[in-house]
Design a protein around this ligand. Structure first.
Ligand SMILES: Nc1ncnc2c1ncn2[C@@H]1O[C@H](COP(=O)(O)OP(=O)(O)OP(=O)(O)O)[C@@H](O)[C@H]1O
Ligand SMILES: [Mg+2]
Length: 865
């Protein structure tokens, strides 16, 4: 048990929930009604748990990363009739997830902060890539699952993440029975489209959310199924190895593909971009539509800039809307929402103008496609309800009064902070001072404005405009007349007491008091008013109660209370109006997100000189002048040029076997082509001069970045696990990059394994493969492979002994690794280099023929098998 001051809630929630992965129960006090009072033996307040905060159930906490989704994921593995049993954890082949037992798995994940809800039906072998792709902040697992499976999943989601276990439910409610949790009911037909496993995962997830939110009304979007066949699957190793979201070395965003291509203007747009990068499309029509939109913005920079400017004013409307659906959100949020709606309307009219402009002309095909896509965006933006809502918000909420109120609240907070500061400065320790929030710590102690002195303020801090409702208007009129009564009473009392220094006040300690200051004939004044007892006095002031002011003051207070509760009623009805528009608002913001991503890609394309890729259903890649999106940027920062390279695989040459010295750019080439493929299928332009790509269903890579991060397996074991996954799952439509397979063991074994892999990929998988290796004998051993091309990079050696890398890929085999040159650049001591050179020289006759023959023999044996 631990306690902390309320103003530090955010700070401690971050530490407890996000950093330490703890669950925090928030208990609140609620005023008891009569029945409650009777039940609790007269207690005025009831204390109950209002919410349990866990890493996956954050709503609008300030510390949330707005550029990422905050997903809670439930995983339901169908164990069939057989009970989930503990598997022997000592077995070496403990990689259960990639084992051959391909059980059905239902995945269901949601983001409470946006209301997004997805499901997917997958298999156990595909689970790792799904887990990495979704990147959930909390994962729910069946408590009956075997120990090694749990351990495997823990490794996949990261040791820092806590798994939440649920008991296997006895009965599963169909999705149609959860209608209360969704923005609109789920029909029986729609519910039937989800598999049993998906429905079970949804059941577990929704039950958990209900418990954690303690009955808070949660309105989620209807679950959307992610179909495996519609998306390009990027396996877990590729997501990490290709550094799509973060760099493998330091796990930071900078240097990753996401970081390099992100030019989005809104946080929700950034989230969509992230989702798309992890699951590019595999549907030609979807990709073409996305590319049409980007092309439109590339060709019309003014349009893109206009839309971008408007997007910047649209706030994070997904999260804004979700706040209201969870019964949260304040007047400020309403104003933001209204501005977001206004931005959407303007976007709609800008786009409509564009579509209208182009409609008259006889447009060529490309332009008419572009118009079609823009037109569909315009149609999807449904402003009917939202525009009304926005007008209502602006007519109801008094923005200036709200600002005034905020200023007063800030001042009050500053006063409170200054008071805390003073108290601690006089009575507290240094530790106490440190525990103050920074904002409070920096407050000056000068409390020139004494809040207690503040008189009842007649320019009250109402946030609604007077005419927001008839009742409110009447109440304000009544309040005004009460204020007039107060003025008359003041005048009467002043004339009775014959002083102008009399005023009617209210203070927290004394209530409604009459105050006279500086009057020379103080006692006469008091006598004239019939005052016999004062409640406070100083040298020159007197304060006392007068029934006429006490009664009037009470009536003013009562009226203010009524106004406040009427304002609350109006606010509640506005909140309900937001909820009534929930579906439209969410759909509109989804359109805005798509526009944001498209504008971002268009901006990037112009900035980086990218081209529109041509996608088709073929099985080949034709990339001319390809570049690596992140390495290029890194080199340019250092003032070095990046050398473009072509890649023509598929067709005659399905496999490219690439050799070359260390540091020659082999790995870069492999990755750049995988990244270009991903970018194209995400719907972005690509860094190349020309790109024609046959749609890819899965990207696999064996590049061995930071092996040990993934699990506690030996380097070679990881290498083989990943290789096995590629050989088992790659289809003819897949794209495989293999970097130095076999390097983790003895050269002979490595060569043998490399050869066997190449043969399998060539004869069985028949997929597009880029294979980089230092085992140049592989080039000779595969001489009879009909669909394998050999390419290499090299170095230019100068007569003075210096050398430089060419970085340009050419047909052929390079048998020199120039490893010692690289070692020298790296700063290995010259004496060590000399020894290495002597050893290399002595070994070269031994290394060349006999061993190679041995490998060739084993390769032939493998080839025959
Ligand atoms: N096309 C290119 N143009 C310019 N510089 C490049 C290019 N490709 C790679 N480089 C530079 O060379 C460095 C090494 O590239 P890379 O890691 O791809 O080499 P490699 O051939 O895989 O080396 P190794 O065999 O040691 O793994 C990169 O970090 C980059 O700075
Ligand atoms: Mg390399």
């Amino acid at each position: 048990m631990a306690g902390f001051p309320f103003y530090q809630l955010d700070r401690f929630l971050k530490i407890l929930v996000q950093d330490l992965q703890k669950y925090v129960a928030i208990s609140e006090e609620f005023a008891n009604n009569l029945a409650g009072k009777a039940r609790s033996n007269g207690l005025m307040f009831n204390r109950k748990v209002a919410r349990i905060v866990t890493p996956g159930t954050l709503i609008d906490e300030k510390f949330m990363d707005h550029y990422e989704h905050n997903f809670l994921l439930a995983l339901y593995i169908n164990t069939g009739d057989q009970e989930a049993k503990s598997v022997d954890t000592t077995m070496l082949s403990s990689d259960e997830l990639s084992s051959s037992s391909d059980q059905s798995v239902g995945l269901s994940w949601l983001d409470l902060s946006t209301g997004d809800f997805f499901t997917q039906h997958t298999t156990r072998s595909m689970l790792p890539s799904a887990l990495v792709r979704i990147g959930a902040k909390e994962v729910m697992l069946d408590e009956g699952l075997g120990h090694s499976l749990r351990r495997e999943i823990q490794n996949l989601v990261g040791q820092g993440h806590r798994l939440t276990y649920f008991p296997r439910p006895h009965s599963i409610r169909p999705l149609s029975a959860w209608s209360d949790s969704f923005e609109s009911p789920i029909s029986l037909d729609l519910a039937a489209t989800f598999s049993t496993e998906e429905t079970a995962a949804c059941h577990v997830l929704l039950e958990y959310v209900q418990t954690q939110m303690q009955g808070m009304d949660v309105k989620l979007q209807a679950p959307r199924r992610k179909h495996l066949e519609d998306t390009m699957i990027i396996d877990r190793n590729s997501l990490k190895g290709l550094e799509i979201l973060e760099t493998a070395r330091d796990g930071l965003g900078k240097g990753s593909l996401l970081h390099a291509v992100r030019r989005t203007s809104t946080k929700s747009g950034a989230r969509l971009l992230r989702d798309r990068l992890t699951s590019p499309s595999a549907s030609l029509s979807v990709i073409d539509q996305r590319l049409d939109l980007v092309s439109g913005f590339v060709e019309d920079p003014d349009l893109q800039e206009n839309i971008t400017l408007l997007l910047k004013r649209s706030y994070d409307s997904q999260r804004l809307v979700q706040k209201f659906s969870l019964g949260r959100g304040d007047a400020d949020d309403l104003l933001c929402l209204s501005r977001a709606i206004d931005a959407s309307s303007r976007i709609k009219s800008v786009l409509s103008e564009q579509v209208g402009d182009d409609r008259g002309e006889k447009a060529p095909d490309s332009i008419s496609h572009r118009c079609e896509t823009l037109r569909s965006m315009v149609c999807r933006l449904n402003m009917d309800g939202p525009e009304e809502l926005s007008t209502r918000i602006l007519q109801t909420i008094d923005e200036e009064a709200l600002l005034r109120k905020q200023r007063i609240e800030e001042q009050d907070a500053a006063d409170a902070a200054a008071l805390a500061h003073e108290v601690i400065a006089t009575e507290g320790s240094l530790e106490d001072f440190d525990s103050l929030p920074k904002r409070v710590r920096s407050q000056k102690t000068d409390r020139s404005r004494d809040s207690k002195e503040s008189e009842t303020d007649e320019s009250n801090t109402w946030i609604m405009r007077r005419h927001a409702s008839f009742t409110l208007q009447q109440l304000h009129k009544s309040l005004e007349s009460l204020y007039q009564e107060k003025t008359s009473l003041t005048e009467k009392l002043r004339s009775d007491a014959k002083t102008t220094n009399l005023s009617l006040k209210w203070t927290p300690g004394l209530g409604h008091i009459v105050h006279i200051k500086g009057s020379k004939a103080m006692s006469q004044c008091l006598d004239a008013l019939g005052v016999t007892r004062t409640v406070a006095s100083s040298k020159s002031t007197r304060s006392f109660h007068l029934p006429s002011w006490t009664n009037l003051g009470a009536r003013i207070d009562e009226m203010k209370l009524q106004i406040r509760s009427e304002e609350q009623l109006i606010f509640k009805s506005l909140r309900q109006a937001v909820i009534r528009n929930l579906v439209k608002l969410r759909r509109n913001s989804a359109v805005l997100d798509e526009l944001d991503v498209a504008c971002s890609f268009a901006f990037l394309a112009r900035e980086q000189g990218m081209v529109r890729p041509i996608l088709n259903m073929g099985f080949s890649h034709k990339i001319v002048g390809g570049r690596h999106p992140t390495v290029k940027l890194g080199l340019e920062e250092k003032g070095r040029p990046f050398i473009n390279n072509d890649c023509f695989i598929g067709g005659q040459e399905r496999i490219w076997l690439i050799t070359g010295p260390n540091m020659a750019g082999k790995s870069t080439f492999l990755r750049q082509n995988a990244l270009i493929t991903i970018l194209a299928q995400v719907g972005s332009f690509v860094p190349a001069e020309y790109a024609e790509l046959g749609i890819v269903d899965q990207i696999f890579s064996r590049i061995g970045a930071a092996d040990d991060l993934f699990r506690d397996q030996s380097t070679f074991m990881v290498e083989m696990l990943e290789t096995a996954a590629i050989l088992k799952h790659a289809s003819q439509r897949s794209f495989v990059i293999m970097d130095e397979v076999g390097r983790g063991t003895a050269p002979e074994d490595g060569i043998a394994i490399g050869f066997a892999c190449l043969q399998h990929l060539h004869d069985v998988s028949r997929c597009r493969t880029l294979f980089a290796t230092h085992f140049h004998s592989l080039a000779d051993m595969t001489s009879d492979f009909g669909n394998l091309g050999r390419y290499c990079t090299g170095i230019i050696e100068e007569s003075n002994g210096s050398f430089s890398f060419i970085h340009k890929l050419e047909p052929g085999v390079n048998r020199k690794s120039h490893a010692l040159k690289v070692a020298r650049i790296a700063g290995v001591p010259q004496s060590v280099i000399e020894v290495a050179r002597t050893v290399l020289h002595d070994m070269s006759p031994i290394l060349s023929q006999p061993r190679m023959e041995e490998s060739q023999t084993s390769a032939t044996v493998l080839a025959r098998q």
